[in-house]
Write a protein that binds this ligand. Sequence first.
Ligand code: FMN
Length: 457
Amino acid sequence: MSKPLKQIHLAAHFPGVNNTTVWSDPASGSHIEFSSFAHFARTAERAKFDFLFLAEGLRLREQGGKIYDLDVVGRPDTFTVLSALAAVTDRLGLTGTINSTFNEPYEVARQFASLDHLSGGRAAWNVVTSWDAFTGENFRRGGFLPQAERYSRAKEFLATAHELFDSWHGDEILADQETGVFLRDAKAGAFVHRGQHFDIHGRFNVPRSPQGRPVIFQAGDSEEGREFAASDADAIFSRHATLEAGRAFYTDVKRRLAKYGRRPDQLLILPAATFTLADTDEEARELAKEVRRQQVSGATALRHLEFVWNRDLSGYDPDGPLPDIDPDVTSRHLAEGRAQVRMYRDPLATAREWRELAAAHNWSIRDLVIETGNRQNFIGSAETIARTIDEYVQNDASDGFILVPHVTPTGLDAFADKVVPLLQERGVFRTDYEGPTLRDHLGLVHPDGLGDRRAAS
Ligand SMILES: Cc1cc2nc3c(=O)[nH]c(=O)nc-3n(C[C@H](O)[C@H](O)[C@H](O)COP(=O)(O)O)c2cc1C
């Protein structure tokens, strides 16, 4: 008997942080006006996507006092945006990335429980630790906590938030038409948490929300990050979106679940994925090349090279050859404290390899950065993209994708109109939502073992 087809999960990532957006495209609009968020969310909901996703960059990337020229700099607060979107959508899940290193559990638990109430059970929390000291400088603690301790804090942070969510059982409140709302159980919301990172007690003041707890995402890729996901998360936001890397990651993470008494289907793997869609595969390939060029300006290419060279290269022509001086490996790194510094452990070897590549292909600095950078994950006609996404999911490279378009806010429109119907025809994507909550869309059980408590009562 053949295996039943897996159902694909799709999400819409509003490109709010890095240099994905092609600003020169005439369709490119605001990344901060509400109309952009609303258009993006409504498109995702029209296409029956599982959820909208917001990443979070708590600090603008900069080098030598200059902000990266193509990064999104306007970054409004996650909860404010998601709450506003809850009012203009009905079914779409709302996932926010919120840091566990610089926040406090009481505050974050209140915000997510509130969002879950306001949206009728559609909230999800992507728990990130953002280990770099560079981000920490925005907060009073500076480069607070080494990486391993950040995961210990993240784990306790999440456990504490769960204690707060669970401090209400769902039936403590009585609504009375004349007197308003009153408490039946005087213990409602009472909590005590004593741990290594948090020592708090009091009373949680948001009643149990429709999903009981928000859906939990995890994004870190290290051993600690993967273990945290395996023990505590409902889904992973990963960076492994190719067939081979996706399959390796999928197998690795899913096999970790058993030791926590969990089944493989209790953790969904959802990589971020970029795409270029056109009428034909050939047109899409041409367009994809053009998009990559627009995503790497001359200034972006120089900043990228400076990471490896650890020198100010602003005097170099990005359309000229690579520097013939070697990287500076003795001085303090010019971007010290930034997460990406770890990417190039041997700058001399990287510089040698890049010089050889550039010489062999006659590449300029900008060409090199474009060619060695990430290519779009899905490139082609609607038929090609639908077939490829389906093939990846059926072959366990993922359980679906979090799509990042290169134009805001209309970059998902064509995908919704052309690719989604083909996935529906293949019988691998919903034609309508089956339930009201994000847990329903993702096939996750309610923490109380029920469907939606309120719907059930
Ligand atoms: C695919 C992916 C997406 C991430 N998105 C964010 C984000 O939006 N905001 C953030 O502060 N950190 C983000 N992170 C950072 C992680 O939460 C984590 O702090 C970092 O990767 C270091 O942990 P690690 O060594 O386990 O990867 C992301 C990481 C990955 C792999």
